[in-house]
Write a protein that binds this ligand. Structure first.
Ligand SMILES: [Zn+2]
Ligand SMILES: [Zn+2]
Length: 425
C-alpha cells in the first residue's frame, strides 16, 4: 500500500462529535505518523467529557470522516460500526508501523548555506580575536595561525555540536544532525535520533584536529623542503605519501559532493563516514529565507555584473563630445559645424590674415590657460589645425579617445597636432 502524506490538511482541523451520538467508551488510538503530519490532531469528545486524541495521517482522517457521515444517517448501529472502523484504524496503524515512511528530502541549498554561515561565524570570531594581537609582531601571529584556528574551532564546536547537537549555521537554516545509523526508515518513532558521543567526538577530531594536523605537517614539510630531498630519504617518501593522500581526499570529496547533489544526504565526507545526516529540526517550518528577497538580490547582482562588464566598452568622453557638438550645432547653427576648418566662416576661428599674425596670437595663447585642463601655463604646447594651443597630454589623450574630437575653443575638427615651439619657427 502506498501511503502519501501531504500538508494540505489544516492543522487545527477539529472534528467535534455531538455528545448524544457517542455511547461507547472512548478508545485511545495512538499511531505515529510520518514526519509532516505530526501536528494533525483531532479530538473525539464524548458525553462524559473524556476525549481521545488521535495523532493520525491523512488516511485516518478520511476514515473518520466517512464514519461521521454514516452515523448521521443511522444512529442506532453506531457502536457496532465504530467497532468495525476501530478495527480498520488499528489495521492501518499497524500498516504504518511496518511500512516504509516517505524519505525525508532536505533542501540541498539549505545544507550548503548552513556550512557557509558556519564559516562566516568563524571568520567573525577570528577577526575579533586577531585584533587582540594587533600590536604583536606579524610573524608571531602567522606562526601560530593553525593553533589559533584550532582553539577557536574547538570553542565553537564545544558550544554548538557538542552541547546542542548542531551548528549555529544549521540552526539558522532549521537543520539539525540525525544519527542516520540508528534511524529506522520503517514506522517507529519520529523522535529525532540524537548523535552519539562517539559521533560527536569523531567529527570533532576529524574536522578540527585533522585540519590542524594537516596544516602543521604541510608547514613543516615546506619549511624543511621535504620535496627536494633525495628519493630514498624518508622525508621525501613521506612527502609523496602526503601528496597521494591529498589527491585521494580530494577525489573522494568530489565523489561525495556528486553523490550529495544526487541524493542530498551528506554534504561532507566526514558526515558520510560518521553517518551524521542533516534533517529539519522543525519539519513543519518552511525555509526561513524569503525567496522574494533572494530574487531581488540576484537580479541586482546580475545587473551590477552586466554594468561592470559593459562600462569599459562605453566611451563616455566620445558620447560627451558628441552631445556637446550636437548642442553647439543646434544653438549656433551650421557655422559652428565640426567640419569647419581654421579658415572657414567659423566665428570662433582665429582671425588670421598672415603667418606673422598667427604666430603673434599663438604667442599670446601660449601664456594663457590650456582650455582642457585649465592649467597655466600650457605644459608642452601643441598646436591643432585651427591654430589653438593645448598641453601635449591633454590634446593627445582627447584625440586618442575620440577620433572626431573638436577644438574646445573654435569647435573645428582636430585631425592632426604639431609641436608649438614659439614665434621663431
Ligand atoms: Zn592641458
Ligand atoms: Zn581651435
Amino acid at each position: 500500500m502506498n501511503i502519501t502524506t501531504s500538508n494540505t490538511i489544516n492543522n487545527n482541523d477539529n472534528i467535534q462529535q455531538s455528545p448524544n451520538t457517542l455511547t461507547t467508551t472512548p478508545v485511545s488510538i495512538s499511531t505515529t505518523p510520518p514526519i509532516h503530519s505530526s501536528n494533525n490532531k483531532f479530538y473525539l469528545d464524548s458525553d462524559n467529557n473524556n476525549s481521545s486524541t488521535l495523532d493520525s495521517s491523512n488516511i485516518l482522517l478520511n476514515s473518520v470522516k466517512k464514519k461521521d457521515k454514516s452515523t448521521s444517517i443511522e444512529n442506532t448501529d453506531w457502536g457496532k460500526e465504530y467497532d468495525n472502523e476501530k478495527k480498520k484504524l488499528e489495521e492501518l496503524s499497524n500498516l504504518i508501523q511496518i511500512s516504509k515512511r516517505p524519505s525525508t528530502n532536505v533542501v540541498k541549498v539549505s545544507q550548503l548555506d548552513s556550512s557557509k554561515l558556519d564559516d562566516e561565524i568563524l571568520d567573525l570570531l577570528r577577526t575579533q580575536f586577531m585584533k587582540v594581537f594587533m600590536f604583536f609582531k606579524p610573524n608571531f601571529i602567522s606562526n601560530f595561525q593553525p593553533e589559533i584556528n584550532l582553539i577557536l574551532k574547538s570553542l565553537i564546536f564545544k558550544l554548538s555540536i557538542f552541547n546542542l547537537g548542531t551548528t549555529y549555521g544549521n540552526q539558522l537554516q532549521n537543520l539539525t544532525y540525525r544519527n542516520e545509523a540508528a534511524f529506522d526508515p520503517r514506522g517507529g518513532s519520529d523522535k529525532l535520533i540524537k548523535l552519539t558521543q562517539r559521533q560527536k567526538w569523531m567529527s570533532g577530531i576529524f574536522n578540527i584536529g585533522g585540519e590542524w594536523l594537516w596544516t602543521r605537517i604541510q608547514r613543516i614539510s615546506i619549511n624543511d623542503a621535504w620535496s627536494e630531498r633525495p628519493p630514498d630519504d624518508i622525508r621525501k617518501r613521506l612527502w609523496n605519501l602526503l601528496n597521494l593522500m591529498e589527491s585521494a581526499y580530494k577525489i573522494l570529496s568530489i565523489l561525495n559532493f556528486l553523490t550529495f547533489l544526487y541524493d542530498g544526504k551528506y554534504v561532507t565526507l566526514v558526515n558520510r563516514l560518521l553517518r551524521m545526516r542533516l534533517v529539519y529540526a522543525h519539519p513543519s517550518l518552511s525555509r526561513r529565507i524569503s525567496f522574494e528577497y533572494m530574487n531581488r538580490q540576484l537580479v541586482w547582482y546580475g545587473f551590477t555584473e552586466f554594468f561592470l562588464f559593459i562600462m569599459p566598452l562605453i566611451n563616455v568622453d566620445k558620447i560627451k563630445g558628441f552631445l556637446y557638438r550636437m548642442f553647439l550645432k543646434s544653438t549656433f547653427g551650421k557655422s559652428g559645424s565640426a567640419n569647419g576648418g581654421a579658415h572657414s566662416n567659423n566665428p570662433n576661428a582665429l582671425p588670421v590674415q598672415n603667418k606673422h599674425q598667427l604666430a603673434e596670437i599663438q604667442h599670446q595663447l601660449a601664456l594663457q590657460k590650456c582650455p582642457i585642463c585649465i592649467m597655466e601655463p600650457i605644459n608642452i604646447p601643441y598646436s591643432t589645425d585651427c591654430g589653438h594651443l593645448f598641453c601635449y597630454y591633454c590634446i593627445k589623450v582627447n584625440t586618442l579617445i575620440d577620433s572626431s574630437f573638436a577644438c574646445p575653443r573654435c569647435n573645428s575638427l582636430v585631425s592632426r597636432i604639431k609641436r608649438y615651439t614659439g614665434v621663431d619657427e
